[in-house]
Write a protein that binds this ligand. Structure first.
Ligand SMILES: *[C@@H]1O[C@H](CO)[C@@H](O)[C@H](O)[C@H]1NC(C)=O
Length: 164
């Protein structure tokens, strides 16, 4: 039997290198910005090897996060740049909450994003110009917020996009 110290070194040194869990870390950082009075995010245990068993999170067969479904979840607080680290995200559903503050420009890093629904929140400021990089985006719903300015001209270059 392998000495316990050998087993421990495996978990301490080898296994983090195999599974860095950057998407779980990003989601956990996002959670820390949220107020969650009805414990919708209770299952978000950062000690798990990845976030794929967390409620409201969906992964593909390679354990990459492809959906975040937190519409109508009584969440308040703000968004942060870490959302931009969810490189495989296709659906970002945060509609009908109380989320405030600005939309992070890092959301423009989500190259696989198909649908972004953040309508009916308290988001303010402008729609980031970086959204022009969301080449897969088909649905962008940001109505019923406190956004200012107009839809960036850069967004109109996205041919398939339906903006509400
Ligand atoms: C949101 O809050 C209301 C009122 O407290 C509650 O009835 C509802 O179940 C909550 N929704 C979720 C998704 O927890």
């Amino acid at each position: 039997m392998a000495p316990i110290s050998l087993i421990l070194s495996f978990f301490l040194f080898i296994s983090p290198a195999l599974s860095t869990n950057s998407e779980g870390n990003a989601l956990h950082a996002l959670r820390s910005r949220f107020k969650d009075p009805t414990n919708v995010l209770q299952s978000w245990d950062p000690t798990l090897v990845n976030p794929c068993t967390w409620f409201h999170v969906t992964c593909d067969s390679n354990n990459h996060v492809i959906r975040l479904d937190l519409g109508n979840s009584n969440i308040s607080g703000t968004l942060g740049p870490e959302v931009g680290q969810l490189q495989h995200l296709q659906y970002l559903e945060l509609y009908m909450n109380d989320i405030s503050g600005k939309i992070p420009k890092e959301l423009g890093n989500l190259k696989s994003l198909v649908s972004m629904d953040m309508y009916q929140n308290k988001l303010e400021g402008e729609i980031p110009k970086s959204f022009a990089n969301l080449k897969s985006l088909k649905f962008l719903r940001l109505n019923n917020n406190k956004l200012t300015g107009s839809i960036p001209r850069e967004l109109t270059t996205l041919s398939d996009l339906k903006v509400l």
